[in-house]
Design a protein around this ligand. Structure first.
Ligand SMILES: [Zn+2]
Length: 307
């Protein structure tokens, strides 16, 4: 059921964006005046930090019109000029055999295809078993752990989530959250608490909290204090597409610059979004060449420890 709701949410997100593009002439005018003369084709390496691959035994793709296969992803990478892509699993609760099978599948694909890097998953409510799995996949070369409060059904304040972050940090793994958490009004503050409690763990908030993106300014406030280690990053999948050509495009860019462009990555969320339009959207936002270089490449290299 949750898979279905998540899928519907993704479709609504895509259709909302289409409506915005068709009707917002004010937004379009604004976008035309802010685009700078950038040429991202001179950026040699483009990294997409967020793609889903259909896992063994999974029936429902996140997008019925696009097969989430490795071959489809590779062909989209080529068309979009993307040279490296993070592929991820998302695992159910209470079935460690399936968790290990999904993670092994992602690790194997990444080993066989140098253009992929592996992002594994655990279910925080699996407790100690989840922590053991983090250690296992870290030793097998995983670069990050993906967890999803809504899809996997856990609260950010559950002590097990803190344990996942602490263990991932201990083994040098970044933790990626789906950060939309639409039904959790206090999610931004809870992410702040988790970041403060785990200063040695890099945390990525995928989708930059979606329609609550303005709240992420809180991280710019915390960055002024010595106790916050600036260990929270954001991927721009879905949100870049949602706000391009909208009246809030400039606000999104301003918020990102206040937080610091070093904290952001380009990402598609394949197969929910195709890679080529995702990259075209990034190119015409109005970021400078230097900013694009950081978001397309430099930041991801540092945060995920890529070569
Ligand atoms: Zn995703």
């Amino acid at each position: 059921m949750k898979t279905l709701i998540y899928f519907l949410a993704c479709i609504i997100l895509v259709s909302c964006n289409k409506n915005t593009k068709d009707t917002s002439s004010i937004g379009k005018q604004k976008a035309e005046t802010t685009i700078e003369n950038v040429d991202s084709s001179t950026i040699k390496t483009i990294i997409d930090t967020h793609a889903h691959i259909q896992l063994p035994g999974q029936e429902l793709s996140l997008n019925p019109s696009t097969p989430a296969s490795a071959d489809e992803l590779k062909s989209q990478m080529e068309a979009a000029g993307v040279s490296k892509c993070g592929i991820m699993s998302m695992v159910p609760k209470g079935n460690l055999a399936v968790t290990r099978q999904h993670n092994d599948y992602i690790l194997k694909l990444a080993k066989e295809n140098s253009e992929f890097f592996p992002i594994c998953s655990v279910h925080p409510l699996d407790g100690k078993e989840a922590l053991k799995e983090i250690e296992r996949v870290a030793k097998l070369g995983a670069k990050a752990i993906k967890i999803h409060p809504f899809y996997q059904g856990f609260e950010l304040t559950d002590p097990n989530v803190n344990e996942v972050l602490a263990t991932a940090g201990k083994f040098g793994l970044t933790v990626i959250f789906d950060s939309i958490s639409a039904s959790d009004g206090g999610a931004t503050g809870k992410f702040v608490d988790l970041a403060l409690a785990n200063p040695n763990t890099k945390i990525v908030l995928a989708h930059m909290r979606g329609t609550q993106f303005h709240e992420t300014l809180l991280f710019a406030v915390f960055a002024k204090g010595p106790f916050y280690k600036n260990n929270v990053y954001f991927d721009l999948s879905a949100i870049a597409d949602l706000y391009i050509d909208s009246p809030r495009q400039e606000e999104l860019m301003w918020t990102m610059r206040e937080i610091g462009i070093d904290q952001f990555f380009f990402a598609s969320d394949f197969p929910v979004f195709d890679l080529k339009p995702a990259r075209e959207t990034m190119d015409r936002y109005g970021f400078t060449q230097e900013e694009l270089q950081k978001m397309y490449y430099e930041n991801a290299i540092k945060v995920f420890g890529l070569e």
